[in-house]
Design a binder for this molecule. Structure first.
Ligand code: DGJ
Length: 696
């Protein structure tokens, strides 16, 4: 990684393995001159002509802009929208200076500073060894200015004949659906106005020219490190140029930057890769594990979670039999879910009252924690610290602590309201009780949930109420960061009614995330396929639960459910007390088998074999050193849909592979030509796991 500045040409060249990003000043404006394959320094001057010679005047103005502006003939939706007290809008770019901070561990950091009136706007760049380029911006105000949009960065794509957008959308219990659609001329906005990242859309997007495949072709992708409302806007001009602008917040917000204040946007990362969609995913996984997630090198334990086993019927005497059985089948961590505190016997009451329910835990949590630890398992606990039921002591004492607006109804969802963490006293309260919970009990793991979108966001006694959208998210980050610092052995699971708050911002503070409340293994094949586009298996919690599934009444075998759940961080969430001896024994075998696969699945390089949208046969292949694990799934199919065998990726023809379960040895050539020797019947909802080790 290096950053080279050409003083005469005013260009900055960030170069990494096989890639270059070049930003330069043209007519005083910062412009992206190139983002893609590596270019020699000597060629940079010739790259600078592209925007000047663009056929379309509109493209000349908008294409290459590092942030889309609002002065002069700029008509695209701006990345930065501001208004001075005298009514003047926009930012006129006057280059001031730049700095480069070198850091072998963190990638070099380039900051280019511009000034206009009382403002200083800095564009920030950090290119990582993974090929990911982090970009963000900061605005320093010497006198107040009103902001209504401040994106982190705008990106420009190469001039192609066509463009295709890949993105992840869905809803509760159906997150992570990959959509791959032509990008229309005009503006395409995806985002969240819900306060959290959302189940409906994830900030990861990818664009190719319509020809990239899983294994080949150029793909540009971006992801935003922000766990609140957000917007990514892709603009395709009539002449066929595409730019993407993205950042925190949704349109319609206004807030004032105070005198002397600096506003820093979240990081918006971009990735260029020439190895298709699979290559893009692998680079994101590697990046998140190497530079974002807090404990990626640890083996995440197999956990048991009580939610689907008992729902709200949580009590010490009902948990103890589950503890025994969870330990017996090989679980390594026992997590008590919702229902252990206050008057929380259903979702109508008690959120906010964070002390053990004395009817359910007469002597507090201690006896259950001890019982769990005696089995050798770790102990985890569910919390939802950002929410309150109106029927709670907390709300009765502090009705003004929730996000609300004067004279407006407080819309409830799941009978709860959202606490306003932007109020220092609320954030202090949250940190204090969480800290006390962790200090006073031997807790190893916290599942931090967030179960409703925000409505009527505001703070009647504040002159700047829209700040609440940002301040809350920052406070959540800060509380998690401080808890981690004070309780370094505690691990945190991020959850939001399933996978409603997963993004690179949250992954900095949590060790793993709950993928979806939908635990039906059939649906999970698709859900996990989508999740893996952007996020690694080490972050993906995958439970095996009872059948038939409560989501669609589907029945699949224990083996299929375990195999699907073994593709991430395995967890068990079934009513173990109702399982037969035979089921418990089979479960113990699956858990033991998972532990043998775990290092490869959690820390390996991930390849997708087949697309569940188009093929009933799919698999995931993980590669770590000389080991390979393949988890393969067969969904219902018809005789008129011929299917090819699943073939491995990246195996040399002259290599030899030992099947660790059968002892058979296979030539790489045979695997590549004939496909993987999966041991399965020709049945619907069948599955197989293959472990291969390279031999001489
Ligand atoms: C939503 C989560 O996704 C579930 O796993 C469970 O923790 C419930 N909340 C509890 O209310």
């Amino acid at each position: 990684m290096s950053i080279r500045f050409d003083e005469a040409a005013r260009t900055w060249h960030l170069s990494g393995p096989d890639l270059s990003y070049v930003v330069g000043l043209q007519g005083g404006l910062p412009r992206q001159l190139h983002w893609g394959p590596a270019v020699p320094d000597e060629a940079i001057a010739s790259l600078a002509v592209e925007w000047r010679e663009a056929y379309s005047w509109d493209d000349r103005v908008h294409t290459g802009a590092e942030l889309l502006g609002e002065l002069g003939p700029q008509f695209a939706t701006p990345s930065l929208q501001l208004r001075h007290p005298d009514g003047a809008k926009g930012f006129a770019w006057n280059y001031a200076d730049h700095t480069v901070e070198e850091s072998a561990a963190d990638g070099d950091h380039l900051a280019i500073r511009f000034t206009d009136r009382d403002l200083a706007l800095t564009l920030h760049y950090r290119l990582w060894d993974t090929g990911v380029l982090d970009r963000w911006a900061s605005l320093e105000a010497a006198s107040p200015v009103e902001l209504s949009r401040f994106d982190s960065a705008a990106w420009t794509l190469p001039h192609w004949g066509d463009y295709r957008l890949s993105h992840l959308s869905g809803e509760w219990a159906a997150e992570w659906q990959l959509r791959r659609v032509p990008l229309p001329v005009g503006e395409t906005a995806i985002g969240s106005r819900r306060g959290g990242t959302s189940h409906q859309a994830n900030p990861w997007v990818a664009v190719d020219d319509g020809t990239a495949t899983e294994t080949a072709g150029t793909v540009y992708s971006t992801n935003l490190a922000w766990s609140g409302s957000w917007r990514v806007l892709l603009r395709r001009s009539a002449q066929g140029r595409v730019s993407i602008t993205g950042g925190a917040g949704h349109e319609g917000l206004r807030w004032t930057l105070r005198e002397g204040e600096t506003w820093t946007t979240p990081v918006y990362s971009g990735l260029f890769t020439a190895e298709g969609f699979g290559g893009a995913s692998r680079a994101w996984h590697e990046h998140l594990r190497r530079h974002v997630m807090p404990t990626p090198e640890e083996d995440a334990p197999v956990l048991f979670n009580s939610w689907e086993a008992v729902f709200f019927d949580v009590a010490e005497e009902k948990q103890l039999p589950l503890v025994k059985l969870a330990a017996r089948i090989g679980c390594e961590q026992f997590v008590v879910d919702d229902g252990w505190f206050g008057k929380r016997v259903n979702d109508n009451a008690g959120l906010g009252d964070w002390w053990p329910n004395p009817d359910r835990f007469p002597e507090g949590l201690g006896p259950l924690i001890d019982a769990v630890h005696e089995t050798g398992m770790k102990f985890g606990i569910w919390v939802e610290p950002e929410m309150v039921n109106p029927d709670s002591d907390l709300y009765r004492a502090h009705p003004d602590w929730v996000l609300h607006q004067a004279g407006r109804d407080r819309t409830e969802r799941r009978q709860q309201l959202v606490l306003d963490y932007g109020r220092p006293e609320v954030a202090a309260w949250a940190f204090a009780w969480l800290d006390e919970l962790l200090s006073g009990n031997d807790i190893d793991y916290v599942k931090w949930d967030h179960n409703r979108p925000w409505t009527e966001v505001g703070r009647p006694d504040s002159a700047d109420p829209d700040r609440a959208w940002f301040e809350h998210v920052e406070a959540v980050y800060s509380i998690k960061e401080r808890l981690r610092a004070k309780h370094p052995n505690v691990r945190i699971e991020g959850c939001a009614g399933g996978g409603g708050r997963v993004d690179p911002g949250m992954l900095r503070y949590v060790d793993q995330v709950w993928t979806s409340d939908n635990t039906d293994a059939g649906d999970r094949v698709n859900i996990q396929y989508g999740f893996g586009q952007a996020y690694p298996a080490r972050a993906m919690d995958t439970w095996i639960t009872d059948e038939p599934s409560g989501f669609n009444q589907r029945t699949t075998s224990l083996r299929f459910r375990f195999h699907v759940a073994s593709a991430g961080v395995l967890a068990v969430g079934g009513s173990l007390t109702e399982w037969s001896e035979a089921e418990l024994e089979e479960a113990a075998e699956h858990v033991a088998h998972y532990k043998r696969l775990r290092p490869v699945v959690q820390h390996g390089v991930h390849y997708r074999l087949g697309d569940p949208e188009t093929s009933p046969l799919t698999g995931v292949q993980y590669v770590r050193g000389d080991q390979i694990a393949v988890l393969a799934f067969k969904t219902p199919w018809h005789c008129n849909r011929p299917v090819a065998p699943l073939r491995p990726e990246g195996i040399a023809a002259d290599s030899r592979w030992l099947d660790e379960d059968t002892g058979d040895v296979h030539w790489g050539a045979t695997l590549n030509v004939l496909g993987l020797p999966l041991r399965w019947a020709n049945a619907d909802w069948d599955s197989a796991i293959l472990r291969l080790r390279r031999v001489e």
